[in-house]
Write a protein that binds this ligand. Structure first.
Ligand SMILES: [Zn+2]
Length: 205
């Protein structure tokens, strides 16, 4: 028997509901912070300007924050900058708050992660009501996300890879993120690309 579908499905192209996920845009990851990424403050300003201008492109705006309480070996006095790091994103400290540039971002949910572990991915976290990022996205009917924020080589990468594992169409907006170093950024992009993540500049949207 032939595949029978409602006739309209041939003609109606449904756009997936899309969320913007703003990863770890916190002073701790910007110049002057405990793990400052070069260009971090500029990323914060550009994300804020982008959201202000293009809020209507998104069905939800979500933020994530590193929010470490006792993350075990994630912190070290003698960090290797691969698996261990100097203390950063310490819960309830000023540098763990959202970057001041994002004050007007009016996000629909704020996810905090890494309380007792590495928490590299936004999908490891939950909002203050205890909802995981996955359940927030599912409840909002989101099928596609744009990932921006810090750092491209670490938490942006892990969040984008988990998004792909969750079956979401995933893009990284290249001018709204920055890696820890150019080399680590290149490696992260290869890894994300092979997982099906797309890369676009906001100028190309
Ligand atoms: Zn961390």
């Amino acid at each position: 028997m032939d595949d029978i579908r409602p006739q309209t499905s041939r003609f109606v192209t449904s756009r997936p509901r899309r969320a913007l996920v703003v990863v770890d845009v916190q002073p701790t990851f910007c110049e002057g912070g405990e793990l400052g990424v070069e260009g971090g403050n500029a990323v914060a300003e550009r994300v804020a300007a982008y959201v202000k201008e293009h809020r209507d492109r998104y069905d939800a705006i979500l933020t994530t924050q590193d929010w470490h309480i006792d993350p075990g070996e994630h912190f070290s006095d003698d960090p290797d900058y691969v698996n261990s790091w100097p203390p950063h994103g310490v819960a309830d400290t000023p540098n763990a708050m959202l970057h001041p540039a994002l004050a007007q971002i009016d996000a629909d949910a704020h996810v905090k992660k890494g309380q007792y572990d590495h928490g590299y991915s936004g999908f490891d976290g939950a909002d203050d009501a205890g909802r995981s990022l996955e359940s927030i996205l599912t409840d909002a009917g989101i099928g596609a996300i744009d990932v921006v924020g810090l750092a491209e080589s670490h938490c942006v990468k892990h969040t984008a890879l988990d998004a792909r594992r969750n079956g979401l169409a995933t893009r990284v907006l290249t001018d709204l993120t920055a890696p820890v170093s150019p080399g680590q950024g290149e490696l992260a992009r290869e890894e994300m690309r092979s997982a099906g993540v797309e890369f676009l500049s906001t100028a190309d949207l």
